[in-house]
Design a protein around this ligand. Structure first.
Ligand code: 15L
Length: 281
C-alpha cells in the first residue's frame, strides 16, 4: 500500500460494531492480504481470522475508542444501536459513541471515516418526493428522521460534517437501506443492499482519492429501487446485485406490494409509525 497514515507498511481498517449484523457480513468481504482488519465491538468476537486484530471497545468509553483508533488508516464505523430504542440509549450509544470515534480519529490522525447512517435519517420522504426524470430520491436530502433511532443517525451525519469541516477528515456517510443476506420482505425488494454491494461501496469509499464530506444512499441497483445511486456511483461504486431475483418468492409469500401503503410509500417503511422509543422486534 502507499502512504499509510501512521507511517507503517500496513493498511489497517478499524471496523466498529464488527460483531453486529453488517460487521459479520462485511468482514470476509473486506479481508485482503494487504489489509489488517481491526475488529472492535462491545461483545466478544470469537470468530476472528488469523491476521485480524480484536479490540474490546464500548463506543461510549472515549479511552477505549482512542486506543482502538491508534495506528489505523481508516475507520468503518458500524457500531451502535441498529433499530429504535429509548432516546437516552440512542443518544449515548449512537451519538456520544460516534462523537468519541470522531474525536479519537482526529487525535490519532486517521484520514478517512465511513459512517453508517440509515435510511431512517430520512424516513419521512415519500415516493412523491422523487424528482421527475431522476433515478430516485437525491443524495444529501435534509434529514427527516422517523424515530429516535433515525434522529440519532441524522445527528451523526451532522457530527460527520462538523469533523470534516473543522478538521479535514474525509467522511462518507452511508444512508443504508436494508443490508441482510437476503431481502426478507417486499419492501426490501426496493431497499436491499446486498452484502457484496455493501463491500463494493466501502471499497469505493476507501479508494476514493478526494477529501470531502458526502451523504449517499447505500442500496443495490434493485429494479424497484427509488433512491438514487448517483452519489455512490460518483465514488466509483457499481452495484452487481438486484433484489428482483427474490421477487417472485417474496410476492408469493407476502402479496404484491401496494405502493400507496406507507410501508412502501415512505422511505422509513414501518418505522414511520412505530411508537417512539419502543424497542422493535
Ligand atoms: C436500519 O437502519 C436497520 O438497522 C435495519 O435493521 C433495517 O431495519 C433497515 O434499516 C431497513 O430500513 O430495512
Amino acid at each position: 500500500m502507499v502512504g499509510s497514515a501512521h507511517g507503517g507498511e500496513s493498511n489497517r481498517l478499524l471496523i466498529t460494531g464488527a460483531a453486529g449484523n453488517m460487521g459479520r457480513l462485511l468482514r470476509p468481504l473486506l479481508r485482503h492480504d494487504d489489509r489488517i482488519l481491526r475488529l472492535g465491538d462491545i461483545v466478544e468476537i470469537d470468530d476472528a481470522q488469523p491476521g485480524d486484530e480484536v479490540v474490546n471497545v464500548d463506543v461510549r468509553d472515549p479511552e477505549a475508542v482512542a486506543k482502538a483508533c491508534q495506528d489505523v488508516d481508516a475507520v468503518l464505523h458500524l457500531g451502535g444501536l441498529s433499530t429504535e430504542a429509548s432516546f437516552d440509549d440512542v443518544l449515548q450509544v449512537n451519538v456520544v459513541g460516534t462523537h468519541n470515534v470522531l474525536r479519537a480519529v482526529v487525535d490519532a490522525g486517521v484520514p478517512k471515516v465511513i459512517l453508517a447512517s440509515s435510511n431512517h435519517a430520512a424516513g419521512f420522504y415519500r415516493r412523491g418526493d422523487v424528482p421527475e426524470g431522476s433515478d430516485g430520491l437525491p443524495d444529501e436530502l435534509p434529514a427527516r428522521p422517523d424515530t429516535f433511532y433515525g434522529w440519532s443517525k441524522a445527528s451523526i451525519e451532522a457530527l460527520g460534517a462538523l469533523y470534516h469541516h473543522r478538521f479535514g477528515v474525509d467522511i462518507t456517510v452511508l444512508r443504508i437501506g436494508t443490508c441482510f443476506a437476503e431481502p426478507a420482505d417486499t419492501r426490501a425488494l426496493a431497499t436491499w443492499l446486498a452484502p457484496s454491494d455493501a463491500a463494493r461501496l466501502v471499497e469505493a469509499c476507501l479508494a476514493f482519492p478526494d477529501n470531502g464530506f458526502r451523504v449517499v444512499w447505500a442500496v443495490s441497483d434493485n429494479t424497484r429501487r427509488w433512491w438514487t445511486l448517483a452519489g455512490a456511483r460518483a465514488l466509483g461504486y457499481e452495484s452487481s446485485d438486484d433484489a428482483e431475483r427474490f421477487a417472485a418468492d417474496r410476492i408469493a409469500r407476502f402479496g404484491e406490494p401496494e405502493l400507496t401503503d406507507p410501508v412502501h410509500d415512505m422511505v422509513g417503511g414501518a418505522f414511520v409509525s412505530t411508537p417512539l422509543g419502543e424497542l422493535m422486534s
